[in-house]
Design a protein around this ligand. Structure first.
Ligand code: SF4
Length: 357
């Protein structure tokens, strides 16, 4: 990170975000400095950093309120196909390159997926993501996917898929079946990606996002944080998402899973995670930032103090229920806390889910 910036620059960054204007270099540096300061120990050598951090969080909260009011966007997923993925993403329990205890199964019966969608609707979700491991889906699995999309629509939810790379023809067939959105995470910054995945190119993921946007679909694309990326690389990912015009950004935090390449990493601290959300909120003032994987690991049990802090951050949505390979907290706890804090859960279009964890 190159310089921390001044408090005047931080204030200017917040004003820029409130005015829907992109951060310039000085403003971004000030935001990065304030975000990183939240992870520094308090003490004489760090006088004032707490103040900058708190001002950043307050600014992110103000931008979130301005653009999302009291809405809290909820969504849910089903892990339609799990494990044995050809890719070697360093964090992922589903990679066939890792030996993990996470479930491995072929494509679920589409009727099961339809039932899971109906249950998610009853819990307050408005979209439902069908997630399948793998860079692409083989022909038989793709036919199952088409049927699952139809059944999710029949259950009364918008259907999204997170199924790896999709070309124009497959996108068209899924849209004919009733598809609403595509999720495809970029995972991390372009400059850090080679340290995380070596089996496909970053540009493949960017192209998948571009094709879905060009098809007119709702597109959800974000990343996972705490992989060892720098603050500058977090901003780099934010800029790539801004340049692509992605409106929905899932934010995942690493949960180090035994058997993966990142099993020895630590879970991010709450201040660091809140700083990441604030950075993204100021860089992407209108993007629906939804916290997905790692929410419980970083912010604690549903209904608790950590989740209160999260709902007071720049985030504007949550994934409820279980994640792909990690159990979530009961959706009822999330809903009860959201209502207690004055949020209006599950109104309006919400983003689609994350993939690959
Ligand atoms: S993140 Fe997705 S592509 Fe990467 S290993 Fe996991 S399932 Fe495969």
């Amino acid at each position: 990170m190159s310089g921390l910036g001044t408090s005047a620059e931080l204030d200017r960054a917040i004003v820029l975000a409130l005015d829907d204007r992109p951060l310039d270099g000085a403003a971004l540096r000030a935001v990065l400095g304030a975000a990183a300061s939240g992870t520094e120990p308090a003490g004489p050598g760090h006088a004032g950093t707490g103040e900058a951090f708190n001002r950043l969080l307050a600014g992110a909260r103000a931008v979130r309120r301005r653009n999302f009011k009291n809405d809290l966007h909820l969504c849910a997923i089903v892990n339609a196909k799990s494990g044995n993925c050809s890719e070697d993403c360093a964090f992922c329990a589903q990679s066939g390159h890792h030996k993990t205890a996470s479930p491995r199964h072929g494509f679920l019966d589409p009727r099961e997926i339809g039932l899971a969608a109906a249950a998610a609707l009853a819990r307050g979700a408005s979209r439902f993501g069908i997630v399948a491991s793998g860079l692409t889906q083989a022909g038989g699995d793709f036919e199952q996917l088409l049927e699952a999309v139809r059944l999710v629509r029949q259950a009364g939810l918008q259907a999204d898929v997170s199924v790896g790379l999709l070309g124009p023809q497959r996108l068209a067939r899924l849209m004919d079946a009733g598809l609403s959105g595509v999720h495809h995470n970029l995972e991390t910054a372009r400059s850090f990606f080679p340290q995380i995945c070596t089996t496909h190119a970053y540009e493949d993921d960017v192209e998948a996002v571009r094709l879905a946007l060009e098809a007119g679909l709702f597109v959800c694309s974000g990343g996972i944080f705490g992989l060892g990326e720098s603050w500058d690389q977090r901003a780099e990912l934010g800029q790539t998402l801004l340049d692509l015009g992605v409106e929905s950004v899932p934010v995942n935090f690493l949960v180090p899973i035994p058997g993966t390449r990142l099993e020895h990493k630590s879970v991010l601290s709450r201040p660091e995670a809140l700083g990441i959300l604030a950075l993204l909120r100021l860089m992407l003032p209108h993007a629906n930032l939804r916290v997905c994987g790692g929410r419980g690991a970083v912010f604690g049990a549903g209904g608790g103090e950590g989740q209160r802090a999260l709902l007071g951050s720049g985030a504007s949505g949550l994934m409820i229920g279980d994640y792909l390979t990690i159990a979530g907290s009961p959706a009822e706890d999330d809903l009860a806390l959201a209502r207690e804090l004055g949020f209006n859960p599950s109104t309006g279009p919400s983003p689609s889910p994350g993939k690959g964890r």
